[in-house]
Design a protein around this ligand. Structure first.
Ligand SMILES: C[S@@+](CC[C@H](N)C(=O)[O-])C[C@H]1O[C@@H](n2cnc3c(N)ncnc32)[C@H](O)[C@@H]1O
Length: 200
């Protein structure tokens, strides 16, 4: 009995060490917080993102391309792909751990394509809807290029962080676990593009 308890404690300790090493490596990989690290979308924020994406996907007669930039373990992409088999879903994540989890979850879903790659290098010219959990620094440095790489009428659903180069179509309060978080939606249009150019 004591042997079993010692083994369990040892296993717990090893798992905690592995998790700790993973989080340190992931934080370094995220260039010390410049890029968002991995944690699954959560709470009301996740619910609002899904609702916003679903609203667009439900209304469209033609096949849409949805790109999740930093898809993590696929908590947004996978349920959407299952619910809307008529649309095409693409996910990018450069962290092998969430990428492996998402790939496993998507193994039987034919309308999902996943890439273990840097999303700032992705071709977004075909994207109709972009899901993103960015960050202040990321949008400050890459926001202009990101916005310019999208086609007219593309919609962005941004978790937690506003894209300062654009004027939001909606700003939805999504308080999650006591945190006053928001979801921002943007539509790329000539007007917003012109406005974005003024702000850049
Ligand atoms: C907050 S998590 C998003 C979680 C995801 N929505 C989910 O529910 O699992 C942000 C993710 O973006 C990924 N990421 C950050 N910067 C990236 C980049 N430049 N290219 C690809 N993935 C990136 C991280 O590895 C992380 O998994």
């Amino acid at each position: 009995m004591i042997d079993l308890i010692v083994c369990l404690l040892l296993l717990l300790g090893i798992s905690a060490c592995v998790a700790e090493v993973y989080f340190v490596v992931a934080y370094m990989h995220s260039r010390f917080g410049e890029f968002p690290p991995f944690f699954p979308s959560f709470g009301k924020m996740k619910k609002v993102c899904l609702e916003e994406a679903e609203q667009i996907l439900r209304q469209s007669q033609k096949t849409l391309t949805i790109v999740d930039l930093g898809c993590g373990s696929g908590s947004l992409l996978i349920p959407l792909a299952k619910k809307f088999p008529q649309h095409r879903f693409i996910g990018y994540d450069w962290d092998v751990v969430p990428y492996a989890i998402a790939s496993f979850r998507a193994r039987h879903i034919v309308n999902v394509e996943l890439f273990c790659a840097d999303f700032t290098q992705a071709d977004l010219s075909e994207a109709d809807v972009v899901l993103i959990f960015g960050g202040k620094k990321l949008f400050a440095q890459w926001g202009k290029k990101f916005v310019e790489s999208l086609k007219n009428d593309a919609v962005i659903v941004s978790e937690a962080f506003p894209i300062t180069q654009l004027v939001p179509e909606k700003e939805i309060l999504a308080t999650s676990y006591g945190m006053a978080l928001k979801v921002y939606t943007y539509r790329i249009a000539k007007k917003t593009l012109a406005k974005s150019k003024e702000n850049l």
